[in-house]
Design a protein around this ligand. Structure first.
Ligand SMILES: O=C(O)C[C@@H](O)[C@H](O)C(=O)COP(=O)(O)O
Ligand SMILES: [Zn+2]
Length: 287
């Protein structure tokens, strides 16, 4: 039994947990990304989450973003969820809710636990009143460029007891705990704390979100999904492929002036990354 093609963020992630797959969040860095992500989701009959960071919201413009996402959603026969990624404060989250986003991530990870819980609860109240789902972050997810010692790394991970409190007291729909992944391309493979992941999922029963999905080895991805990960965020890998093709096209033909001649192939390259991830996550053939 498939969930409805117009299913919400929460319904899509609950279905993923129940059936043992994960939904990809791919970030929108421009029109070509939107086209690539939605086209592949349709071709693969997979639900998909369009991640929008604050910088992309500013770069593309909220009005263009929501209009384009609405146009994509209207035609799509699979769930296409417009999601705010790493919302830094209540005001930005409100902008996204008012703009028509389906779900928002509030990233209160810079605050200590009590403050993170209070701010996240405030976001959940406002979002749920508008029919919008919420992802909360616990612990600190580093960047791959950050120099982090073993002790610091351990201290940044989400604590199981904190996760139980965070999930119960905030009422979030999905939880993004720091588990050892980082944003960007890894210099060495990430060390995911699978025991912690299993414990957090068992004790909270919230769909788990894995940030920093670029470059995570396939076996680790499959293991993480088997332990409760229902959503995986991927951005850097798609951007690297896009840029590689643009560079190649422009280097090979210094006279090239028609931007579609390099943006089109770059869009195709993003499509293949998205397809590879959708198949790895097991979200294909679900609709
Ligand atoms: O880079 C962004 O703006 C989005 C990321 O933070 C996203 O939430 C994410 O976790 C993707 O990580 P990546 O694949 O390591 O870029
Ligand atoms: Zn992230």
């Amino acid at each position: 039994m498939h969930v409805h093609p117009k299913a919400s963020y929460r319904e899509v992630l609950e279905d993923a947990n129940a059936k043992g797959y994960a939904v990809g969040q791919f970030n929108l860095n421009g029109l070509e990304y939107l086209q690539a992500i939605v086209e592949v989701a349709e071709e693969e009959r997979s639900p998909v989450i369009l991640g929008v960071s604050v910088s992309s919201m500013k770069y593309i413009g909220l009005h263009y973003l929501t209009a384009l996402a609405d146009a994509a959603k209207l035609r799509a026969r699979v769930p296409v969820i417009l999601h705010l990624d790493h919302g830094p404060n209540f005001e930005v989250v409100q902008q996204a809710i008012r703009g028509g986003f389906d779900s928002v991530m509030y990233d209160g990870s810079e605050h200590e636990l009590d403050r993170n819980i209070a701010e996240t609860r405030r976001v959940v109240d406002a979002a749920h009143a508008a029919g919008v789902d919420v992802e909360g972050e616990l612990g600190q997810i580093a960047g791959t460029e950050d120099e982090v010692s073993v002790d610091e790394r351990e201290a940044m991970l989400a604590r199981v007891d904190d996760a139980i409190r965070f999930a119960e007291e905030t009422g979030i729909d999905a939880l993004a705990p720091a588990l050892g992944t980082a944003h960007g391309m890894y210099r060495t493979a990430p060390e995911i704390d699978f025991g912690r992941l299993e414990n957090i999922f068992e004790k909270t029963r919230k769909p788990i979100v894995l940030h920093g999905g670029s470059g995570v080895p396939d076996d680790d991805v499959r293991r993480a999904i088997s332990l409760g990960v229902a959503k995986i965020n991927v951005n850097t890998e798609a951007q690297m492929e896009f840029n590689r093709i643009v560079r190649e096209k422009l280097d090979n033909d210094p006279k090239l002036y028609d931007s579609r001649k390099y943006l089109g192939p770059a869009r195709e390259a993003v499509k293949e990354i998205v397809r590879k991830k959708i198949r790895l996550f097991g979200s294909h053939n679900r609709y």
